[in-house]
Design a protein. Sequence first.
Length: 255
Amino acid sequence: MQDPHNALFSAKAITPTPEQLAIQTASARSLLIEANAGAAKTTTLALRMAESWQRGTLPDAFLALVHTDTACEALRAALKKIGVPAPVRQRMRVATFEQFCTHLLADPSARALPVPVLNTPEQLRPHVWQAVQQVENNAQGGRWQSALQLPAQGDSGFVEEFLAVAARLKGTLADEHARDGQAASPDYAEALGVDFTLLCVFLAGERLRLQGLANEPLFRGPHDATYDLARALHQGAMPADYPRWPLGVRSLCVD
């Protein structure tokens, strides 16, 4: 750690605590800060960014990733509150993970239309039932047909349960990490901790959404851009595969 008294950035409107100053001026290239909700983590991150800027990092070389639009606004507000000049903070890139991944995955030629985003259960419901129908069609005479418990058409409870399971599978890359070439069997579903029917519908739904691994998916649901990029990187994609990859970033911050 550097001496906190050597801080080059002097905050306005607040008096940083000794702990905040220590984080602001730390010389370590990477820092992991853990604290409870309400412990001023966002303000501390803003102090760290401001110090880095004051020590020579160009505003365009910052990338701050957060989980929600509200968190984006909170970080921008913290940068403003502590006194980072408007022309500087406006050049510091602050985005949600989903916004960042959507930008990376977009066709840089701008010839293609943006991938439709479906954010609500109502928008996603027809695609869920299309996946259910595909599972039913494919199961006829199949090895594990008797293990399936397909829902009645229009069962809203099933759609709600399915979307929750799909979010967990995507958020953890559980299938990608565990599959290793094995069949999606009832035993495999049990090992994942997922109902077999829900797993089959999930896999069918992804095949439909990805259109057989076409260049662009048919649509994206909540957080699907993050999932699509994470899955691609897991499968061996490299930054060079993405023309919009931010190679100029010198300060990566996550809140």
